[in-house]
Design a binder for this molecule. Structure first.
Ligand code: AHG
Ligand code: MN
Ligand code: MN
Length: 335
């Protein structure tokens, strides 16, 4: 593969691969690329200007919203709606979905986008990596009509594309349109993303486990047993423990190095914390595209039929063999 390929070039080349594509998905990825650069700029300024700290608002999940959550949300909504590139958007930061140009019947866009505009926001104040997660579906209701909830409540296996941006030591955009996973690193000096991680792959096994162990006593017995298994000395174990507290960053590291990410249900949070539509489905899509897997402990994440926009689910994601071992532990001790 030629070196120094930009994301722009990659998008154009890949569009040619889809013979019947109208170019709409490419335009959409382009718009996300632009929004990512804008949000990256805001995130980088976080330590310099007074935009850190809480906004005082409580988001629909009942959590305190950070200022950058709101800013990132607005930047993505603006970029996607101004360009009239999608027919609907749902965001973790807004209770209901947004219908774009619902009155304009000439508007033929067929994709809806779901986003977690800023993931790991509690890490902003301490200068630790955060991210953005996005998920794209083809609408199921007729083109030219206003979008409905049905367009957003699709199982994750229907995703046509998904990706994330990690605002880390360098900023990367990683995405998949169902033909593998590719990662692009931003050169901040010229504002261009370059293909730095072509065809990203999870190793089948790994030696990292990532979980908020502070919640240990509240976990189901199967998860407790699995964590003890990770810590046992046998074969390639004990595994090493790494947990940043930003799903995007934890996922990104585990995909590169091999590992499992766990956010189980607990006696405090009966469905776990992570949101199926904004966090788990897109990450599960990328994981599978990279040869990994994602489960709620018993079922494939991408098969779950959502019933609510802000639905939560337990989430176990990573190297294939690690996730299947976790599932075996869950089957033995499900409660
Ligand atoms: P968000 O900032 O979008 O609300 O997401 C935070 C999520 C996820 O990024 C992270 O993995 C998890 O919350 C961490 O939760 P704990 O602090 O409970 O470990
Ligand atoms: Mn999040
Ligand atoms: Mn968020």
């Amino acid at each position: 593969m030629r070196k120094n390929k930009t994301l722009g070039e990659f998008i154009i080349e890949n569009q040619a691969e889809f013979q019947y594509s109208s170019g709409e998905l490419s335009k959409l990825i382009n718009a996300i690329r632009l929004a990512a650069k804008v949000v990256n700029h805001e995130v980088n300024k976080a330590g310099l200007v007074d935009i850190t700290g809480s906004y005082g608002d409580i988001n629909v999940q009942g959590e305190e919203q950070q200022k950058l959550d709101v800013l990132a949300h607005e930047k993505f909504i603006q970029t996607l709606s101004n360009r009239e590139i999608v027919c609907g958007i749902a965001s973790e930061e807004e209770e209901s979905f947004i219908s774009i140009n619902s009155l304009d019947h000439r508007h033929q866009n067929k994709y809806v986008v779901l986003i977690d505009p800023l993931d790991g926001s509690s890490n902003i104040d301490v200068n630790v990596s955060v991210g953005t997660i996005f998920s794209i579906y083809r609408r199921v209701t007729p083109i030219g009509t206003p979008v409905t909830l049905e367009d957003f409540l699709q199982p994750g296996k229907n995703q046509v594309a998904a990706g994330y941006v990690v605002y880390g030591t360098s900023t990367m955009l990683v995405y998949s349109t169902g033909h593998g996973v590719n990662g692009f690193t931003l050169n901040p000096a010229i504002g261009t993303f370059y293909l730095s991680h072509p065809n990203m792959q999870y190793s089948e096994d790994g030696n990292i486990y990532s979980v908020n162990e502070g919640n240990y006593i509240h976990f189901p017995q199967g998860v407790k047993n699995y964590i003890k298994y990770c810590q046992q000395e046998e074969g390639d174990r004990p595994y090493t423990s790494r947990y940043i507290g930003s799903l995007v960053s934890d996922f990104h590291r585990n995909m590169i190095k091999g590992g499992i990410y766990l956010y189980p249900k607990s006696s405090k949070a009966p469905n776990g914390k992570l949101r199926l539509l904004y966090e788990c489905n897109p990450m599960a899509f990328i994981a599978e595209q990279a040869g990994g897997s994602a489960s709620d402990g018993f079922r494939r994440i991408l098969d779950l039929q959502p019933t609510e926009l802000h639905q939560r689910t337990p989430f176990f994601c990573g190297s294939k063999n690690m996730v299947s071992t976790l599932e075996e532990f869950m089957h033995k001790s499900p409660i």
